[in-house]
Design a protein around this ligand. Sequence first.
Ligand SMILES: Cc1cc2nc3c(=O)[nH]c(=O)nc-3n(C[C@H](O)[C@H](O)[C@H](O)COP(=O)(O)OP(=O)(O)OC[C@H]3O[C@@H](n4cnc5c(N)ncnc54)[C@H](O)[C@@H]3O)c2cc1C
Length: 384
Amino acid sequence: MDFRFPEACVAARDRLRGLLTAGPFAEALSRWLARGALERPFFTALGEAGLYGFAMEGGRLSRTSALREVLLFEEFARVAAGAAIAALAHAELGLMGLWRFGSPALQERYGPEAAAGRIVLCLANTEAHAGSDAAAIRTTASPDGDGFRVSGAKAYVTNGALADFAVVTAVTDPDAPRNRRSSMFLVDLSAPGVRRRPLAKSAWAPADLTRLEFDAVPVPGDHRLGERGRGLGQVLSVFTASRVTIAAVAVGTAEGAFALALRHGRRRRVFGRPILDFQAKAFEAADLHARLEAARTMVWRAAWETDRGGEPRAAAATAKYLAVEAARRVAAWAADLFGAASVLPQHPVHRFPLDAWAAALGEGTQDIQKRIIFREALERREGP
Ligand SMILES: Cc1cc2nc3c(=O)[nH]c(=O)nc-3n(C[C@H](O)[C@H](O)[C@H](O)COP(=O)(O)OP(=O)(O)OC[C@H]3O[C@@H](n4cnc5c(N)ncnc54)[C@H](O)[C@@H]3O)c2cc1C
């Protein structure tokens, strides 16, 4: 395996670093972070900079590379994990669903605007009683003329407050076996019968978290994504892909917290010495650095496997598991190192433990990753 990244990946990462460091986007981002809410120029600026990882080619969407995405999302999350998550929900959930399962006509119609960030997307799967157990959803899509009517409620949707379209899973075949009951749709959120209820939350600011309610919302028949009855498998495959990117967000969260804490630990003096001059603390830092390096390497491997084709279920789950564990440990250690100041919401370290916590939930909890990892562990040694 070659750990040198292609020039184009590094150039994209440097472009993003430039945007985040100085200039109008960096200034606007500071405002959005202070207000705890994003605006549409956030999505268009990233689209104009070509940072979503999807482009149009011969009238269809094409994906750049997963390796490029993990570099970008780590970089983004070091500075603002919540903003990275809004971009992730648009690209790695919304565009990913359209790219994988949208018909050529749908891709031609919405792909250019979505890849440019002029149409904002989200993905709505989780319901109040159906999170980890995604097959338990109750939202329905009933046939209505040439199309469907969607009814139900999706409990936690990132970008739900401002998205134009949602990739939605809904039951179309209630009597079929559990894995064949649902289908996937591209739902226009300006259609009659859609209600948005933004939720207050502290982690992953300034991304929104919104409850979406659907009351007999009309969806044209050609807005079904993929095959009827295959919605569960399809949404799980989107999660497998985006799990690699969210693992990169966790690595970036850890890296941002670690850099902040190391800087502080070399300057803040206690008992006449910088905190990190105490070997107990230095060894803790060494342990965290090693964990973070291992997690990042696993994220790269999962991205590398993705780019070779196929579905790296075990590598993606392992990457996310290790990255989230590293992020939780590093963020808690970093907050500790700042002492009392860390509990003040305006302190720069305050967000990191919250962001690490949120990373444990999106695209499957740590228990769900362990289910996948355990299956892999058994299969490798005992056979399928
Ligand atoms: C900030 C944020 C953003 C989100 N954005 C989106 C979004 O854009 N779109 C979307 O559809 N969803 C989104 N979600 C929802 C997220 O995907 C779910 O919260 C997650 O899948 C867990 O589901 P749940 O909350 O219902 O918890 P549950 O599934 O009820 O799990 C509760 C607990 O039980 C454990 N558990 C569950 N099953 C098992 C098992 N088989 N074995 C052992 N333990 C188990 C879990 O690990 C967890 O600890 C978001 C959540 C958050 C917090």
